[in-house]
Design a protein around this ligand. Sequence first.
Ligand code: GDP
Length: 319
Amino acid sequence: MKSIVEGMIAGDERSIARAITIIEEEPEIAAHLLKDIFPYTGRAFIIGITGAPGVGKSTLVDKIAERYRREGKKIGIIAVDPSSAFSGGAILGDRVRMQRHNLDSGVFIRSMATRGQMGGLSRFTGDAIDILDAAGKDVIIIETVGVGQDEIDIVSHSDSVVVVLIPGMGDDIQAIKAGILEIADIFAVNKADQPGADRVVSELEYLFTMLTESVLEMPEIIKTEALYDSGIDLLVEAIEKRHQKVIESGLLNEKRMERCENRLVSILRERLLNEAMENVLKDGRYHEYVNAIFVRRIDPYSAVEEIMKGFGRREQKNA
Ligand code: GDP
């Protein structure tokens, strides 16, 4: 354990990989590890990249990573794939992509899949960010498929969010969840080599004039061709410019404070739930409660109150 922490802090890739596996698979050990490394965190710039499947996120992330590498920055990439619990897609993607960066020890890539945890993925993402941050990565990119609330939660770990769109979505843009529009700090209209990119740009601009309650100014919209390595400099420039603004306005600290609160609440929620579940699962009461609710012998609210009372007593006894 001590050697993993030491290795990680020194930026050793195998130690980083091992640490991330620990947070995924061994929650008890993970807590110790995360406590030890916490003092080394809070330094990295965290970029979230989100968009529908196939818009070119992975290609774009590779290119962005390349740009930062040229400046000598160390990069960590976490590709969160909420759908891959079934397809195994993330792991395959990882292998393909790792081949591109495996000669360059400044880039660390890791995919994370849901494996069926509810809400847990967002916490894992936060933990994985801490690990890469403590390991001295200057820029951490979180890439995720932007479809639902979970993905928005994941993106909420970022300092800056890039939403990727493509031409040909036409009127579909109107159907994009407002939530996705609201989290965007920058828009990348990728595949700009294909017809309709300008239309996407003007539709976005129009949409933003409608969102009058937005306190922030209109996000920059950058046309990119990730596959042909075009527009990437402009995109990175826009990301950096925006980041500077967010630092200067004090908004970054506000965002980070909110993130601290979210993490505290999510860890607390999970711990309490786990302990309560353990408590009722141990003596078979869990299934009794489910059955009792089913036959209408007890309502779910009273069941929870009974469980909580028992939980409280056990805690007192242990104290
Ligand atoms: P992701 O699912 O969002 O990560 O998308 P990928 O990065 O895997 O890209 C999906 C497909 O779009 C791949 O075949 C890419 O080669 C292709 N692609 C990515 N960027 C561009 C682009 O700028 N133009 C075109 N024509 N294709 C692109």
